[in-house]
Design a protein around this ligand. Sequence first.
Ligand SMILES: NC(=O)C1=CN([C@@H]2O[C@H](COP(=O)(O)OP(=O)(O)OC[C@H]3O[C@@H](n4cnc5c(N)ncnc54)[C@H](O)[C@@H]3O)[C@@H](O)[C@H]2O)C=CC1
Ligand SMILES: Nc1nc(O)c(N)c(N[C@@H]2O[C@H](COP(=O)(O)O)[C@@H](O)[C@H]2O)n1
Length: 281
Amino acid sequence: MAAPTRDVLYYDESQRTPLTPYLPSQILSSSSSKPHVTLTFATSLDSSIALAPGTQTHLSGPSSKAMTHFLRSCHSAILIGVGTALADNPSLNCRLSGVGGYGGSGLDNQPRPIILDPSARWGDLEGRKVIQLAREGKGKAPIIFFRRDVWEERMGDEEFRERMKVLEECGGGYYLVAPAKGEKFAWVDILGGLKEVGIRSVMIEGGGAVINELLGPENFPLVDSVIITIAPTWLGRGGVLVSPEERRTNGVQVPVGRLTDVKWVPLGEDVVCCGRPNLNG
Ligand SMILES: NC(=O)C1=CN([C@@H]2O[C@H](COP(=O)(O)OP(=O)(O)OC[C@H]3O[C@@H](n4cnc5c(N)ncnc54)[C@H](O)[C@@H]3O)[C@@H](O)[C@H]2O)C=CC1
Ligand SMILES: Nc1nc(O)c(N)c(N[C@@H]2O[C@H](COP(=O)(O)O)[C@@H](O)[C@H]2O)n1
């Protein structure tokens, strides 16, 4: 069945050009050990991505929302942490006119949702939008990254086996990783895993924990492009902050990171900041 028109987003051809230098190139060398990584999110003027932990806040205006969906159409996967999956119940598909399920054929240009859920917290798959959309042919089904030991233990449990069946029946799957620290995976392992399952480019959308990890000095070099929507609003204290851990050199506090090749693109009332990690700055 055709998608209702109100769901479909449009993003003008002329607005796409400024973003081109930050997008994954169509030809990625097979020798690259990781996919192209675009880190992207929407923030307030006081660096909050949500009003409070566990809640969803709409920051992007209509034009920057359409831009986000254009970005989704340019990547083979979208990745989020389970905190976002639980808080937002997101669709994680691309609702741009002309992509598969929204006027295009099959699942053309639909990204694969990836959820980092090391401890298997994301349950109730029947109630998840991403699962419904996969069944309706309007998006791909997710691949969940679990801790290997947690997955092995949980497979002893009937409810979890049923969950895996639901996932596989709608075309999704799972990938098992050994944690590097606590429940967390090393980002090189996550990106290596994505490459192994055939992902050539990934758009990492959040949430707070994921973004702050990637902005840290160890992981920032793994990021190829950063595309941030800044909305003209302050959310106030108590929100989900983008603020990576402080960094010290010889005991002196120094900036954590900086962008280079920067471009600012006004979109409606928002402004979009594009750049690449400045690894010398
Ligand atoms: N404004 C925006 O653009 C966005 C806002 N959000 C907001 O962010 C909030 C959610 O953020 P958080 O609670 O910080 O959750 P999160 O989405 O960053 O998920 C955190 C969880 O993901 C898993 N995880 C993270 N890094 C991992 C790693 N290296 N290895 C294995 N597992 C890992 C862990 O289980 C961790 O507890 C929500 O309120 C959501 O609405 C989320 C995405 C975008
Ligand atoms: N670009 C952007 N702007 C906002 O204002 C947001 N709150 C988000 N959140 C991210 O988008 C996901 C929701 O996606 P669907 O519309 O449900 O497909 C949400 O889970 C965050 O990752 N992004």
